[in-house]
Design a protein around this ligand. Structure first.
Ligand code: PMP
Ligand code: GLN
Length: 411
């Protein structure tokens, strides 16, 4: 086998999705809605399938033309920069492939990539597969007391500045963040942007949860800050945007001089993505363009619905002695389980991190699937953060109620 597969064979989604399928009654683990996407995108998909033979054939390699046009129209207004649909966008197989193409296209052997912890786990193996060197900087809770909100987790500007070296090529951020739900404020993004401009570093900004913010938090695109369009790759996901994670339509938006190199990777790997799914996402964005900012917009309806689910899950977790960190965005909630006293020393997981052992116990013994948070850290820092587990709340009321039943029984 090739050396590049060494050390990246373990994957939290593969492991915990299998465990959840085998043992759990209620799954608040892997992040996906257990309810249907909105009618208008389901209808758009059906419409695409019945639109004639061409909708079942290959389309443009770098993105179905109706989709890149609707993404350009929509995001030009959001970013405040005129986006060229053919030059500045690459449509990919989910946000995953946008990330992969970015690292492959931009990172050389030995380049350093700064990754903010906790991070969506695939950034690390993707940087390594490109020959890069991940350099980690943790978000830290402002105090060790009662940390109530993901907004209390911050970067130290001095610590971040110290991570830049002449070999730093890129920095990855994720806002709203998975798993914490942190939504970076303009000042925080400006601090990051200033350092990246000073050191001539690219920013890969994973914004798959961009429409999901709560309690007044506002999602800001780092690409919209002065001087950042030229050096930022903004990544989005049709699956997260329209609650259809199985469609696997994603995109990267950046300046044409960057996208050009990502196109080279894309044309020589997957070539292009499923045509009807792209057509459906295009129609979804056309519709959202028309109703943007009104209560009819799914980008208002989904967060409104999730706001309620988030609060419901938080009260439930508190009622059994878990300490949730309230997310400002996204669809996950992280909770401190250190006050829960259980014997979860299953012999098969003896050498594992505390949170991995606890989650395995929760799945196998109690039938409730969650995700251990140290999976979102580098091996060096995971130990400091192994008292947290992640719950997904983009779920039907009945699913959350079933989770409540389980939690209440063992508390
Ligand atoms: N980035 C983050 C932060 C995620 O949580 C996910 C999981 N959906 C992805 C990227 C990958 O998205 P997709 O399913 O569109 O490939
Ligand atoms: N992004 C989703 C999550 O964080 C799913 C990731 C995956 O299944 N690979 O749960």
């Amino acid at each position: 086998h090739a050396n590049r597969t060494n050390g990246i064979d373990k994957n939290v989604w593969v492991e915990f999705t299998q465990l959840a399928a085998a043992y759990s009654k209620v799954n608040l683990g892997q992040g996906f809605p257990d309810f249907a996407p909105p009618k208008f995108v389901q209808e758009a998909f059906c419409h695409a399938l019945n639109e004639g033979p061409m909708m079942h054939q290959y389309t443009r390699a770098f993105g179905h033309v109706p989709l890149v046009k609707s993404l350009a129209k929509f995001f030009s207004r959001v970013i405040g920069h005129e986006i060229d649909p053919l030059e500045d966008i690459l449509v990919t197989v989910g946000a995953y492939q946008a990330l992969f193409s970015a690292f492959q296209a931009l990172i050389n052997e030995g380049d350093e990539v700064i990754i903010v912890e906790p991070f969506f786990d695939c950034y690390q193996p993707m940087v390594k597969m490109a020959g890069g060197q991940p350099v980690y900087i943790p978000l830290r809770p402002v105090s060790d007391g009662s940390v109530l909100s993901s907004g209390d987790w911050v970067l130290s500007p001095e610590e971040l500045a110290s991570k830049f070296t002449p070999r730093t090529k890129a920095l990855v951020i994720n806002t709203p963040n998975n798993p914490l739900g942190k939504v970076y404020k303009t000042e925080e993004l400006q601090m990051i942007a200033d350092l990246c401009i000073k050191h001539d570093v690219l920013v890969i900004s994973d914004e798959v949860y961009e429409w999901l913010t709560y309690d007044g938090a506002k999602h800001v695109k780092i690409a919209s800050l002065p001087g950042m369009w030229e050096r930022t790759i903004t990544i989005g996901s049709g699956g997260k945007t329209f609650s259809a994670t199985g469609w696997k339509v994603g995109w990267a938006i950046s300046s044409g001089h960057i996208i050009k190199h990502m196109k080279t990777i894309h044309q020589n790997t997957v070539y292009h993505c499923a045509t009807p799914a792209q057509e459906a996402v295009a129609r979804g964005f056309e519709r959202e363009y028309e109703v943007f900012g009104t209560p009819e917009s799914y980008f208002q309806q989904l967060p409104a619905m999730l706001h309620h689910k988030k609060n419901k899950l938080a009260s439930l977790l508190k009622s059994v002695g878990l300490k949730p960190i309230m997310p400002e965005g996204g669809y996950f909630m992280t909770a401190d389980f250190s006050s829960i006293k259980v014997d979860c020393d299953d012999p098969s997981s003896k050498d594992e991190a505390k949170d991995f052992r606890f989650v395995k116990w929760l799945i196998k013994e109690k039938g409730l699937a969650t995700i251990p948070v140290s999976a979102f850290y580098s091996p060096e820092h995971g130990k400091e953060f192994d008292k947290y587990i992640r719950f997904c709340f983009v779920k039907e009321e009945a699913t959350l109620d079933a989770a409540a039943e389980i939690l209440k029984k063992w508390s």
